[in-house]
Design a protein around this ligand. Structure first.
Ligand code: SF4
Ligand code: SF4
Length: 366
């Protein structure tokens, strides 16, 4: 996960050491997972992952590290990969290691979309990725992508060069799985491409909004995770737990039984009752702020989060006064939005941010 979303570096060390203690052998990070954490400390997720692995003396098998870069051209790929290897502290070719620990490096194009795929395929970056694998600088090639990029995902898989893909899928949004025009999870599986399922909880980790939802549907985090783990085409689920307590719940689910056909069908129909409402909910994932800042200085995800909670609260007939209060405390509220639309392409969930901000102001300022 993006370790800057935690409050302290200590929390990052704690969760990283905890997962290694549990013999988990896959860690997913990215060059872009940088920034300031809740205590104002500068955090580079790759550097923290590398530091924790280097300090361990007890790791029995190679840790598989996924990192992602913006190598959509040859130059960018070379530059980003060199930085990632250096931040992680990876040495060697072919047989890679961090300190005394062996690692396998899976290198991803981060967030494949139409524009990036066009650049990758026309700039020589695709050939360069194969060359760096051949050279042994990385062990496997992959990409991550999001809803709305089914065409590019299929085209990329059809090249036959990818070992693994990371795709969003969860009980509330199965567009890249069984609800899609083609079931891309199955498509990848049948071609021997490993599938890492992200967003099993619909966003980053156990997003607070899903706690509210549980008073409406009987779907908790354990069921959401088991739904994904029970999909036969998914290799593993990257649940994105933030804290040890969350990860312990995930591990219990993973070690338990999978769901059968009738249970899955029941969960699907229950989820579909509210899936429509979730299309317009900010997941508080903060991916939009990784490489973008509103030119008006507006913390728009904060407002969208308040608004999304308000909508769910209203739907559930809950007291929303705290949300109104929190909105009034903001230094800059949604009135500052000039509706330039620059933020929209940065939202992974394709939210109509300016429209939502306007609606947020109407209901929360009163
Ligand atoms: S539409 Fe509003 S929130 Fe988005 S970038 Fe423009 S001013 Fe900022
Ligand atoms: S606006 Fe979109 S990308 Fe940004 S936090 Fe909300 S859901 Fe995530």
């Amino acid at each position: 996960m993006n370790l800057r979303l935690l409050d302290t570096k200590e929390q990052a060390y704690e969760i990283l050491n905890y997962v290694l203690d549990q013999n988990v052998n896959l860690i997913d990070t990215a060059r872009a997972y940088n920034g300031t954490n809740g205590s104002g400390e500068t955090v580079e997720s790759e550097a923290l992952v590398g530091e924790v692995i280097r300090r361990r003396q007890d790791l029995q098998e190679p840790i598989v590290i996924i990192t992602k870069g913006r190598g959509y051209t040859v130059e960018a790929l070379d530059e980003e990969l060199a930085i990632s290897r250096s931040k992680l502290g990876i040495e060697g070719k072919g047989d890679l290691h961090i300190g005394q620990n062996r690692v396998k490096l899976v290198y991803f194009y981060h967030g494949l979309n139409d524009e990036r795929w066009e650049s990758i395929t026309t700039s020589g970056a695709l050939e360069r990725m194969q060359a760096v694998k051949q050279e042994g600088l990385i062990n496997y090639i992959g990409f991550s992508s999001h809803y709305g990029n089914a065409k590019e995902i299929k085209e990329a898989v059809d090249t036959g060069i990818f070992d693994v893909v990371e795709l969003p899928y969860n009980i509330f949004n199965r567009a890249l799985g069984e609800d899609g025009e083609i079931d891309l999870l199955r498509y990848c599986y049948e071609r021997g491409v490993g599938i890492i399922n992200m967003k099993a909880f619909g966003g980053n980790g156990m997003v607070p909004i899903f706690d509210s939802l549980q008073s409406y549907v009987d779907i908790d985090h354990a069921k959401m995770l088991n739904f994904c783990l029970s999909n036969p085409y998914i290799t593993t689920v990257d649940a994105g737990a933030r804290f040890v307590e969350e990860f312990a719940v995930d591990l219990d689910v993973a070690a338990g039984p999978r769901l059968g056909g009738p249970e899955l069908a029941q969960l699907r129909s229950e989820a579909d009752e509210i899936a429509g409402d979730l299309k317009h909910v900010c997941r508080e994932c903060l991916h939009c702020l990784e490489e973008f800042e509103c030119p008006e200085g507006l913390n728009f995800p904060r407002i969208l989060a308040l608004y999304s909670r308000y909508r769910i609260g209203e739907r559930l007939d809950k007291d929303t006064s705290e949300l109104h209060e929190a909105y009034k405390q903001l230094e800059l509220n949604a009135e500052a939005c000039i509706e330039c639309g620059q933020c929209v392409p940065w939202c992974e969930y394709q939210l109509d941010i300016p429209k939502m901000l306007k609606a947020a102001h109407e209901v929360l300022s009163s």
